[in-house]
Ligand binder design. Structure first.
Ligand code: SF4
Length: 401
């Protein structure tokens, strides 16, 4: 395992109360026992741990993602101090940390945006797929919509930094055309689309299987056939195109890459991807903390090891699937069930199949014949997978979580 990204929980609380949030509203209440802010003292320890790790694994470029809760709650001075300490620690080491912030954007004003720009901290803003959906789910603790403040944050990024990017969870309540129009109206440079954090048990409460695949294929068409050079990058689609063309790539959702991210909680705990908490309360809890342990201890956490190799430790159904190299089981969280642990295909398997086949067929038609890319029949792929599923294959390792 070689991890080059830390998602740092700068703040354990949030000024919003989004109804679907995995941190606060999916049953895991561990945040209540954590410090509200990752302290400056811990920052010193963390930077030293990162430098040790980079030296040990010969890594020259590392990434810290400031995350939360809501990372802007820490205030401007906190980040100035953080970057000052980083510059002192890393001076003349030949090593670099790339800083990113994932925020809800509501607390961005001119001064904060300018300060982050000058500190060379890139900003990604989370929002929902349209104004109406954002106003329904992405609300303050008094239920008031946060849309205007988020939009203001995006506008400030465009004005001061010259670019803006958003991250949205796919929501089939919004039509693809409304979603794409909204996206274009924001003038963002990129928009990442995430699958909802559902698994084989939780999906039963709001079953969107089938709908998501249809939604994604329509969204892909809107994006792919939009000939405007200023259209936003949608990493879910651009990565998929590369994988279909057998160009090595991948992310948490697809491809044969590795889950090179770890979490540092506000109390210094070293954990794996915390969205996995939606599978089972406390599932990401570990005994390691940066006060006592090197970052390397992440490799002793079984769930972190599974997360790192998530696209390589697959159920037999996925191993036998014709799309294995592209989909690689999908997002780990979407594979979980109480009954089988992670020994399942993605709960969005049929949606992924629809999207992959649709994109492959379009690319096969639109691109050079020399690529020799063959059209693929979605019904045949789905039938094959259903047949594979009929034989249950025990996997004690995947079922042990
Ligand atoms: S069986 Fe489904 S989830 Fe597994 S690799 Fe194939 S498409 Fe992906």
């Amino acid at each position: 395992m070689k991890i080059n990204t830390i998602v740092l929980k700068v703040a354990s609380r949030c000024n919003l109360n989004c109804s679907y949030c995995y941190v606060y509203n999916k049953g895991d209440e561990t945040y209540k026992n954590k410090p509200k802010i990752f302290s400056i003292e811990l920052n010193h320890i963390l930077l030293k741990r990162i430098l040790d790790y980079m030296n040990k694994y010969n890594i020259n470029l590392y990434t810290i993602v400031f995350h939360g809760g809501e990372p802007l709650l820490a205030g401007i001075e906190y980040y100035k101090d953080f970057i000052r300490t980083y510059e002192e620690f890393f001076f003349a080491t030949g090593k670099t940390i790339n800083f990113v912030m994932q925020t809800n954007g509501t607390l961005l004003d001119k001064e904060f945006t300018q300060a982050l720009f000058e500190l060379d901290i890139s900003i990604g803003i989370s929002m929902d797929t349209t104004e109406a959906t954002n106003s329904r789910y992405r609300v303050y603790h008094n239920n008031k919509s946060s849309y205007n403040e988020i939009k203001n944050g995006i506008d400030l990024c465009n004005e001061i930094i010259g670019n803006a990017g958003i991250l949205s969870v796919i929501n089939v309540e919004d039509t693809p055309i409304d979603t794409y129009s909204h996206l274009r109206s924001l003038n963002v440079n990129y928009a990442n689309l995430l699958f909802p954090d559902e698994n084989h048990d939780t999906i039963l409460l709001n079953d969107t299987r089938g709908k998501i695949g249809k939604w994604l294929t329509e969204m892909f068409d809107l994006w792919f056939f939009d000939k405007d050079n200023d259209k936003p990058e949608i990493p879910l689609f651009s990565t998929l195109i590369k994988l279909i063309l057998a160009i090595p790539d991948g992310n948490d959702i697809m491809g044969k890459g590795f889950g090179g991210t770890m979490i540092i909680e506000t109390n210094g705990d070293i954990e794996t991807n915390d969205t996995l908490r939606v599978c089972k309360s406390g599932i990401t809890k570990s005994d390691y903390n940066i006060k006592n342990d090197a970052l390397d201890s992440i490799k002793n956490i079984p769930l972190a090891e599974l997360y790192y190799f998530a696209h390589h430790r697959l159920s037999q159904t996925c191993k036998d699937c014709i799309l294995e190299d592209i989909c690689a089981g999908g997002y780990l969280i979407n594979r979980y069930s109480n009954k089988n642990g992670f020994n399942n295909e993605s709960v969005y398997c049929q949606d992924i199949v629809k999207l992959v086949c649709h994109v492959q067929n379009i690319i096969a038609k639109e691109t050079d014949r020399d690529l020799n890319l063959q059209p693929i029949n979605v019904d045949e792929v789905l039938e094959d997978i259903e047949n594979n599923k009929k034989t249950y294959n025990e996997n004690k390792y995947l079922e042990s979580f």
